[in-house]
Design a protein around this ligand. Structure first.
Ligand code: MG
Length: 373
């Protein structure tokens, strides 16, 4: 890749793959990672997994697949502008949500509750488990055998107790070092992505309205510019013109502040990045505005009674499914029944976490709807 900064991840400073493989001929190692993710089963499932709205609530809402593509777009822009490894940023972004349960955070929280006595459930760790273990595509190994740097980026956070089980990959959560800049930026690209598309989806759903958003700093500032430039504008065009400005201003601010941090910390190599404090950051002012937006969405969208009704039902589905399989694992499909022989709760969590929204709803119906025997 041309013109990489000296502190970028490159193939020459890569820590490689768990199972050594011959170098690819026409692509970089990180392009290969991306390609493996795009061809995986877990990636296709993202199309039918929710962010905020359940998949069948409307055709135009974001799903985890469109969210991941939007995050990859933002991450690539950030990486290219900062002369970092764009292929790596793309690979991390496209895989960052692979371990998500059906029904978004409601599903993750419910499954975590079910797994409380059995090591817990965390979607970040599940993403890693998916690419390291659960995908079945290669003769020589389980999982996708991705590079260390992509795996490092997928594992955004991890409790120290779990980290100790992960060897080199977990070490940074114990000794307080940082991942690559590509990984740090993907993390913030994720936030830029979901906060902005949740504004768009929230308005589309009618659960929040423009009047409410005009009280939110970052929205109000950009909407005022749009209304000034296009006095007649309204409806969808006002929303899109405002959202695109918010995304752009967040991305540009992130690039500028992170670049300043790199200089201020005297960072010259990838090793310096890992040793330095976190470098990827918004400026103080932008950080405050971004937090205000997140708070707005939490109170007005994620905790809207109509969303809570959905998440409550989703929670029940996950708990019912888990309970039925724990009680009688013979109800599991054969592949998971076999896995259950070694670790029953974990095999059930893997099965449930892999489900799409509609698969979980159907499976629930198959197991519990008496009229359907
Ligand atoms: Mg995400």
């Amino acid at each position: 890749m041309a013109d990489l900064a000296p502190h970028a991840v490159s193939e020459s400073n890569s820590l490689g793959r768990l199972h050594p493989e011959r170098a690819p001929t026409a692509r970089s190692e990180y392009q290969r990672d991306r390609d493996r993710v795009v061809h995986s089963t877990a990636f296709r499932r993202l199309e039918y997994k929710t962010q905020v709205f359940v998949n069948h609530e409307g055709d135009l809402f974001r799903t985890r697949l469109t969210h991941s593509i939007e995050v990859a777009q933002i991450a690539r822009t950030l990486a290219r502008a900062m002369h970092l490894n764009e292929d790596l940023a793309e690979a991390i972004a496209l895989s960052h949500d692979l371990g998500h349960t059906p029904f978004g955070h409601a599903g993750q929280d419910a499954l975590n509750d079910c797994m409380r006595e059995h090591g817990g459930f965390e979607h970040n760790l599940q993403s890693l488990r998916t690419v390291d273990l659960l995908e079945e595509r290669y003769g020589a190994f389980d999982g996708l055998n991705l590079t260390y740097e992509t795996r490092e980026g997928i594992l955004k956070h991890c409790a120290p107790k779990k980290a100790r089980e992960l060897g080199a990959l977990g070490r940074r959560f114990i000794d307080g070092t940082q991942p690559s800049l590509e990984a740090q930026l993907c993390n913030l690209a994720d936030e830029i992505g979901y906060n902005n598309h949740d504004v768009d989806d929230g308005l589309r759903s009618g659960l929040v309205d423009l009047g409410q958003l005009d009280a939110v700093g970052i929205w109000a500032r950009h909407a005022a510019i749009v209304r000034h430039d296009y006095p007649q504008i309204g409806g969808r065009r006002l929303i899109h013109e405002t959202v695109r400005r918010m995304i752009n201003s967040l991305a540009v601010d992130l690039i500028e502040e992170t670049s300043r941090n790199i200089v201020a910390a005297g960072v010259h190599t990838l090793a310096d990045v890992r040793e330095a404090p976190p470098l990827a950051a918004f400026s103080v002012g932008m950080h405050a505005e971004h937090r205000e937006l997140k708070h707005f969405l939490r109170v007005n969208l994620y905790q809207h009674f109509q969303v809570l009704r959905m998440t409550n039902k989703a929670r029940r589905i996950i708990i019912d499914l888990f309970g039925a399989f724990i009680e009688d694992p013979r109800l599991l499909p054969p592949q998971y029944l076999e896995m259950a022989n070694t670790d029953k709760p974990r095999a059930i969590a893997d099965y449930v976490a892999g489900m799409t929204d509609r698969y979980a709803i159907r499976e629930h119906r198959r197991l519990f709807a008496v009229g359907e025997i």
